[in-house]
Design a protein around this ligand. Structure first.
Ligand SMILES: Cc1cc2nc3c(=O)[nH]c(=O)nc-3n(C[C@H](O)[C@H](O)[C@H](O)COP(=O)(O)O)c2cc1C
Length: 387
């Protein structure tokens, strides 16, 4: 067993073990990937203040996100096709999150269905919805999430249309992979992935195939996706969706102060400052850059969370110090899952927790809830002078 000390170690293992088309699907951004890159490099521009001779005993990273207790303020972000990174991937990731005490969010575009995850876990998880044109399907999807006892829904607002990711087009991404000379040659070197995949029935989009009217077999899914996502989505529709769910609603994909204010108006419980991990609008600013101004504008009215670019506990600490009440990891847990299944997700969470805990201590804090802006050294021009 290799010694794993950081997320980068898991990423290398993920690349070795998983078919290229699925590794590339995770490890890419849209178009030039500028936003994808800056999501991580902007975190590096923020530095931490070293404080000494401060009592470091009895530390805690426990807090709450939308009123729910969490072992640390780090949830698992919704990630489509997680069950292609590793057989039954969503179930394995949900189990790891449950044992660790952090939220797991299931994507609409998951391989394991809402029911599959509910049957294999004890605690409620969160469900992410894409806004689709088919009202009947949307109503049923929300009802299924309710029946599965999901304790919150997360509505993704930054994907009415798909940002182009060059690698997916070049690799001919499908789930499950279509057999071509290229994929067969690749799969031959990823045999442990293949053996596990042959042992599960879950290889198609579990929330959709057999539930959406026109989709009875997976080959029609790409057409269905292109036709079904609601390009006409507006705030009136978001407000309607908010009313359809009588529990906490999180709006994901907010990167602008004006949109954050709209989220407050429609009565959302939390927003996620996010650019979809740099997978949608290439050229948008990184989430961490936009965070402080959004917190200043709405942070006293709504919980502000952040994702995009988190690869370490230090990154989590920086986001919390800039006013976030919670964060999410996407690729960081996917690398763990692709590397070692459930144990890999646990490892990713352990790595981030340890980094968060020790870094917090070295910054002179014992409680994640007391970490504030004074913990950081932020360049004066960090947010940028844009007009
Ligand atoms: C492979 C992949 C698939 C994703 N699928 C979804 C999805 O189905 N729904 C969604 O709301 N966000 C999706 N996202 C975005 C994540 O929820 C999250 O915003 C992003 O991964 C955060 O950035 P990070 O990967 O740098 O942590 C996906 C991200 C990745 C990397």
């Amino acid at each position: 067993m290799p010694v794993i000390t950081n997320i980068e170690d898991l990423k290398r293992m993920h690349k070795r073990r998983t078919p290229k088309m699925f590794y590339d699907y995770a490890e890419s951004g849209s178009w030039t990937e500028q936003t994808f890159r800056e999501n991580t490099t902007d975190f590096e521009k923020i530095r931490l203040r070293q404080r000494v001779a401060v009592d470091m005993a009895d530390r805690t990273t426990k807090t709450t996100m939308i009123g729910q207790d969490v072992a640390m303020p780090v949830g698992l972000a919704p990630v489509g096709l997680t069950g292609m990174q590793c057989a039954d991937g969503e179930i394995k990731a949900a189990k790891a999150a449950e044992k660790f005490g952090v939220p797991f969010t299931l994507s609409t575009m998951s391989i394991c269905s809402i029911e599959d995850v509910a049957e294999n876990t004890e605690k409620p998880f969160w469900f992410q919805v894409y806004t689709l044109r088919d009202d009947e399907f949307m109503t049923r999807l929300m009802a299924r999430a309710k029946d599965a006892k999901c304790s919150a829904i997360m509505i993704t607002l930054d994907l009415q249309i798909l940002g182009q990711r060059h690698k997916d087009l070049k690799n001919g991404l499908t789930a499950p992979p279509k057999f071509t000379a290229k994929t067969i040659a690749d799969l031959a070197t990823k045999w442990s992935w293949g053996i596990e995949m042959l042992q599960t029935k879950r290889r198609f989009f579990g929330n959709i195939v057999g539930h959406a009217k026109e989709v009875t077999d997976p080959s029609s899914l790409s057409t269905w996706t292109a036709d079904s996502f609601d390009q006409s989505l507006d705030w009136a529709r978001v407000a309607e969706l908010r009313k359809m769910w009588d529990g906490p609603v999180i709006l994901k994909g907010i990167l602008d102060v004006e949109d954050a204010k709209k989220a407050v108006e429609i009565g959302a419980d939390a927003i996620i400052v996010s650019n979809h991990g740099g997978r949608q609008l290439d050229g948008a600013l990184s989430s961490i850059r936009m965070l402080e101004q959004i917190v200043d504008a709405v942070g006293d009215k709504i919980e502000v969370h952040l994702d995009s670019g988190i690869r370490s506990g230090q990154d989590v600490l920086k986001a919390m110090a800039l006013g976030a009440k919670g964060t999410y990891i996407g690729r960081a847990f996917v690398h763990g899952l692709g590397a070692m299944g459930e144990a890999g997700v646990t490892k990713a969470l352990e790595v981030i927790h340890k980094e968060l805990d020790l870094t917090m201590a070295l910054c002179g804090h014992r409680d994640i809830n007391t970490v504030d802006r004074d913990t950081l050294l932020v360049p004066k021009d960090f947010a940028g002078d844009w007009t």
